[in-house]
Ligand binder design. Structure first.
Ligand SMILES: Cc1ncc(COP(=O)(O)O)c(C=O)c1O
Length: 461
């Protein structure tokens, strides 16, 4: 007797969608059904997922970037089994756990100029800490953020979210100010008021895969520092090697004051977030013994998360995954750019390392425009969803549309991917685009079906 997870999974097999319909977010299963993504996932290994019919899918979504070291990595699994079986005195709270010290040491070693780490449980929490640290350290309250920015969905993080779709109905939020991404003149104008604590910015925006113009972060840092404000780089998605450097800001040779990290650091298993900053900022936040807990999170330094983080850092080094992300990413980007020349509907291919966006735009020819426009009119982003659907259905490749109302397909393969996976993707993408541009009415019918379902979905049920 007692709880047996294997037996439970077996006994209730296939009930996931019904339970979600009944007890969790009621839209989830509905949306998955409508876009044809309703699979019963059974296993994950490396770059691949397997469903209940034993069909393998190439995972270019990586759980929104969580599986940087791939799924079920043996080193992470072994480390987690070991630490679980060690029956450590975890979360005593009145202690200084060694594993947290070791992970902080490992992160600081990879972040020249930064000296201290705060651990928490998610990307949004890492951002929340950054916002509070910036306010306390500067004694100012206004934070600047960028159009299209995504920093999580808790109230503070939502206050620096650049999309009305996420913000609508949740106000009033913090009085922060939105500026165009990459625009240093707009930044300078806001800084002139003298009340800005920080600019929070993703070096590559996850929504839309917009890459900061070269030199933007460096110039921004100079302007911010002259004005007594801080540069916060949100590396929750771009960090831990994803873009071919451990931190994406390294491309700009800049030294941010605060950096956030999460996703890949989890090893794909245990939620973890890290806010990495300077000794000077920490001393302002944790300024006396009375303030030891002034910003804290009960589970922040739990042994499983710290172990997963340490295992992940060692895998990134041992398997040279940061270099792999740089090299394979450059190849994938180049191959896709060559392929894209053949297609009227592809307007841009951009990104860095293994964070790549393929953007679609209005075709020149009347024949394609007459098919594209109805989708565009129904909802921007549906064409990209049609491509994502075809990659999934026909080629067993999982990708995503990079945010609402954006005709951008985003690729986030595990950093362990090889040329085999990159080539598989390029071939599949070309096959889908050949079909879309040359003939296939069935594919466009699928897209138009999405459009009519989107119209129905927009009506509240
Ligand atoms: C740049 C960035 N910041 C913050 C977050 C929020 O992370 P979480 O979903 O773990 O709260 C995300 C999540 O996608 C992100 O991409």
């Amino acid at each position: 007797m007692g709880f047996d997870v294997t037996a439970e999974l077996q006994a209730r097999k296939g009930e996931g969608p019904a339970l979600w319909d009944r007890y969790l977010n009621p839209q989830t299963a509905k949306v998955l059904r409508s876009i044809g993504f309703d699979r019963d996932w059974q296993r994950g290994e490396g770059c691949y997922l397997v469903d209940d019919t034993q069909t393998r899918y190439l995972d270019f979504l990586s759980g929104f970037g969580v599986f940087g070291v791939g799924r079920s990595h043996p080193t992470v699994r072994r480390a987690l089994h070991t630490v679980l079986d060690a029956e450590l005195a975890d979360l005593v709270q009145m202690d200084t756990p060694l594993l947290a010290g070791l992970l902080a040491e490992g992160l600081v070693a990879r972040a020249p100029g930064l000296e201290r780490v705060y651990f928490c449980n998610s990307g949004a929490e890492a951002v929340e800490a950054a916002l509070k640290f910036a306010r306390r350290a500067t004694g100012r309250s206004r934070v600047l953020f960028c159009h299209h920015a995504y920093h999580g969905l808790t109230a503070g993080a939502l206050s620096v979210n650049g999309s009305d779709d996420f913000r609508r109905g949740f106000g009033p939020l913090l009085p922060d100010t939105q500026i165009p991404f990459g625009d240093t003149e707009a930044l300078a104008r806001e800084l002139a008021a003298g009340d800005v604590a920080a600019l929070v910015v993703e070096p590559i925006q996850g929504k839309g895969v917009f890459v900061a113009p070269g030199g933007y972060l460096r110039e921004a840092a100079e302007l911010l520092h002259q004005a007594g404000a801080l540069l916060v780089c949100d590396e929750v998605q771009t960090g831990a090697g994803r873009t071919g450097r451990f931190f994406c800001y390294e491309y700009d040779g800049v030294h941010p004051d605060i950096v956030t990290l999460s996703k890949t650091l989890s090893g794909g298993y245990i939620p973890v977030g890290a806010t990495i900053t300077t000794d000077r900022i920490f001393k302002k936040v944790y300024s006396s013994m009375d303030e030891m807990l002034v910003h804290d999170s009960t589970f922040g330094t739990n042994a499983m998360a710290m172990t997963a983080g340490l295992a992940t850092l060692s895998i990134l080094d041992d398997e040279q995954l940061v270099a792999n992300a740089a090299q394979l990413g450059a190849k994938l980007l180049a191959d896709l750019r060559v392929a894209a020349r053949r297609y009227e509907l592809v307007s841009d291919v951009r990104g860095r390392g293994l964070l790549i966006g393929i953007e679609f735009g209005r075709p020149r020819s009347w024949r394609l425009r007459s098919r594209w426009e109805p989708l565009r009119l129904a909802r921007q982003g549906l064409f990209a969803q049609m491509v994502v659907g075809a990659l999934f259905e026909r080629h067993r490749i999982l990708t995503q549309v990079s945010g609402d109302h954006l005709d951008v397909v985003k690729l986030l393969p595990p950093l362990t991917a090889s040329a085999t996976e990159a080539d598989l993707f390029v071939q599949a993408f070309c096959d889908v685009m050949d079909d879309v541009e040359r003939s296939s009415r069935p594919l466009w019918h699928f897209g138009w079906g999405l459009a009519s379902r989107a119209a129905r979905r927009a009506r509240p049920s």
